[in-house]
Design a protein around this ligand. Sequence first.
Ligand SMILES: [Zn+2]
Length: 88
Amino acid sequence: MADGDAATVLACTNEPPHRFEVGNRVGVAGGVLVTLKPLDPPYPSRDVFVTNRELKMGYDDVYKACFVCVDGGRKETAIPIPKAEIAV
Ligand SMILES: [Zn+2]
C-alpha cells in the first residue's frame, strides 16, 4: 500500500462480490504464488497458486475459486485475476 502502486481491485462472482487486492507474487517451481488480500470485510489473506500452464493459456484472466465464498459454504464462485497482475 505504501509502494505507490495503484492496486487493482479484483472481485469474485458472488452477489455481493468479495473484493481483493493482489499482494505479493512469488515465482515458484511450476508457477506463481499470488497473495490475495480480501478488502471487506477483513479476512486473512491467502496465497493462490497459478501454474505456468494457466499463464500460457490464451485468456486475459486466470480464474481461482473465491476462498471467502468457499469458507462461507457458498457454491462455486471465481475470482478473475488478470495475468498482468500475476507476472513476476
Ligand atoms: Zn467470494
